[in-house]
Design a protein around this ligand. Structure first.
Ligand SMILES: Nc1ncnc2c1ncn2[C@@H]1O[C@H](COP(=O)(O)OP(=O)(O)O)[C@@H](O)[C@H]1O
Ligand SMILES: [Mg+2]
Length: 317
């Protein structure tokens, strides 16, 4: 066996590192009991095939982040079963990588050293840490920022570092909790394309929480809609759109009809964040010519979505 592909830690369940995993949630329930009792998850069932990309969408506060934390083994469900490739999730699990909405990087460490951090904790030899961190920074296009401290990087760049860090131990499942919500609409669209390229290369299974219906449809194989709290799965919509996908696909009739389908399941929920996302998406069409120039957008008729080259490198600070 290639030594670079050994399991991350001795405690890791047997698996081929980096191989995508199938996920099974059966009747997962959770109630927070403290000063207030909050019933958050209500018999959540979800089967995910290896390499599938699932977008989770649901009203604010319904329990999406809680579900991801349960999947990452950070909180224990009080009912039901969760398994990755048939092996139960019993605690913080090296088979799972987690990315939060706000990149939670260590400010005193460089980008490279942040990416290395999980490998240090896992006791990897230094040389292997360095080689892996170098690969990952290359994968997210940040090799030249290896020595930069997070405080000197843009929000988008910091988020790339945290995605690289989440991939450090070759997880089989990558969980992304509204990873692009803090980015402006244009950067966000580019990151969607980048995420798909990353997924093509790493081949992990992905579960992503988003408030953006078009983003969910664009990225996912299936859009799973959650009810208001306590969260249940109320719809599971297959997105049969060929890959690789391009931003222009967002304008297709298929995306529009799938988005309408997703939205129809959310009609009973008044959700400010989903409404905000819809409003933000409308911004590119309403930009002034000067704004268009500043953002390097082609001059198109007002109202026509204006896409630009998604592979253009980000303007770094
Ligand atoms: N550790 C906790 N203790 C008690 N209540 C919590 C805890 N974490 C989340 N909650 C509550 O659980 C509900 C779901 O939260 P969350 O999963 O963050 O929602 P979402 O991500 O869908 O917006 C909210 O009412 C939240 O206040
Ligand atoms: Mg959340």
């Amino acid at each position: 066996m290639d030594p670079a592909r050994e399991p991350a830690t001795m405690t890791a369940p047997t698996r081929a590192p980096g191989a995508a995993a199938g996920i099974s949630l059966r009747g997962v329930s959770l109630t927070f009991r403290g000063a207030r009792t909050t019933h958050v998850l209500d018999r959540v069932d979800l089967e995910v095939r290896p390499r599938e990309v699932i977008a989770l969408i649901g009203p604010n506060g319904c329990g999406k982040s809680t579900l991801l934390r349960v999947l990452a083994g950070l909180i224990k469900a009080d009912g039901g079963t969760l398994a990755i490739d048939g092996q139960p999730i019993l605690g913080p699990d090296p088979r799972v990588g987690l990315v939060f909405q706000e990149p939670r990087l260590l400010g005193w460490r460089s980008a490279e050293s942040n990416v290395r951090f999980p490998m240090e904790l896992a006791g990897w030899p230094k040389q292997r840490q360095q080689a892996r961190a170098d690969d990952l920074l290359g994968l997210v296009g940040l090799r030249e920022y290896a020595r930069a401290r997070p405080g000197t990087l843009s929000g988008g760049t910091r988020q790339r570092v945290s995605i690289a860090r989440a991939l450090a131990l070759e997880p089989s499942l990558l969980l992304l909790d509204e990873p692009f919500s803090a980015l402006d609409a244009l950067t966000r669209e580019r990151f969607n394309v980048e995420l798909l390229r990353l997924w093509e290369r790493t081949g992990t299974t992905i579960i992503l929480v988003t408030h953006s219906i078009p983003e969910a449809v664009f990225l996912a194989d299936r859009v799973v809609v959650m009810s208001p709290r306590p969260a249940r799965v109320i719809a599971d919509i297959a997105v049969e759109m060929p890959r690789p996908r391009r931003l222009v696909d967002l304008d297709s009739a298929l995306v529009a009809s799938l988005a309408a389908d997703v939205r129809s399941h959310l009609v009973d929920t008044t959700d400010d964040e989903i409404a905000m996302e819809e409003a933000r998406r409308a911004i590119p069409a309403g930009l002034t010519p000067k704004d268009r120039q500043a953002r390097n957008l082609p001059e198109t008729d007002p109202g026509t979505p204006a896409w630009f080259d998604p592979f253009r490198p980000e303007d770094e600070p």
